[in-house]
Design a protein around this ligand. Structure first.
Ligand SMILES: CC(C)(COP(=O)(O)OP(=O)(O)OC[C@H]1O[C@@H](n2cnc3c(N)ncnc32)[C@H](O)[C@@H]1OP(=O)(O)O)[C@@H](O)C(=O)NCCC(=O)NCCS
Length: 166
């Protein structure tokens, strides 16, 4: 993509990419121990992360990497999962999306943080070519803090990719 075309992309605030959705955990999602399978949680994370990246870029996006996926507490059948995702940082064609999942015990209303992840999503055009994405505007101090931390992770990931390619 020519640099001039990249310059025409209008910047977007973090809030424009925000995804919030929920899902009840049911018996088919459980593993043999009766808690929810990690793969079910990963699918929710990838779906939310992809949706946030598509909202920011206005393009089809693919997951290039799951930089980190922390399972903080077990999820039980009957828990209602609140999934939140938004873009933390953008570079040229890639975006880091942060995803957080909280589980709510519906009977008591008690919520606990059960998982968090950082995904690297890349925007593509219809022919599958990588596309530049709009710049990201951090409006709150929390968004600015996340953006700075994500910029540092981008730098570290690039170092690791260069080293791995040697
Ligand atoms: C993601 C993909 C398009 C990247 O292609 P590539 O040839 O490695 O592209 P580049 O090296 O030019 O990298 C493009 C951007 O992605 C980032 N990137 C690519 N692979 C990455 C990785 N493993 N980790 C972190 N960032 C990565 C680069 O830093 C670059 O970001 P920038 O343009 O913002 O600086 C390609 O690897 C692909 O199609 N993968 C399969 C995606 C898929 O099918 N996902 C679903 C799996 S379930």
């Amino acid at each position: 993509m020519p640099e001039s075309e990249e310059m025409l992309l209008a910047s977007k605030p973090v809030s424009a990419s925000q995804i919030i959705y929920g899902q009840l955990m049911e018996p088919p999602q459980a593993n043999v121990y009766g808690t929810v399978h990690g793969g079910e949680i990963m699918k929710l994370v990838d779906t939310a992360g992809g949706a946030a990246a598509i909202k920011h870029s206005g393009r089809i996006c693919v997951t290039a990497s799951v930089d980190r996926m922390d399972f903080i507490a077990p999820v039980h059948v009957g828990d209602f999962l609140h999934v939140r995702a938004s873009v933390n940082y953008v570079h040229r064609t890639s975006m880091e999306v942060g995803v957080r999942i909280d589980a709510e015990e519906l009977v008591t209303g008690k919520k606990r943080h059960v998982a968090s992840a950082y995904l690297i999503m890349v925007a593509l055009d219809e022919a599958g070519r990588r596309m530049a994405v709009p710049a990201l505007i951090a409006e709150s101090s929390a968004e600015r803090r996340r953006m700075e931390a994500a910029a540092e992770r981008y730098r570290l990931r690039q170092e690791l990719r260069v080293r791995a390619a040697r």
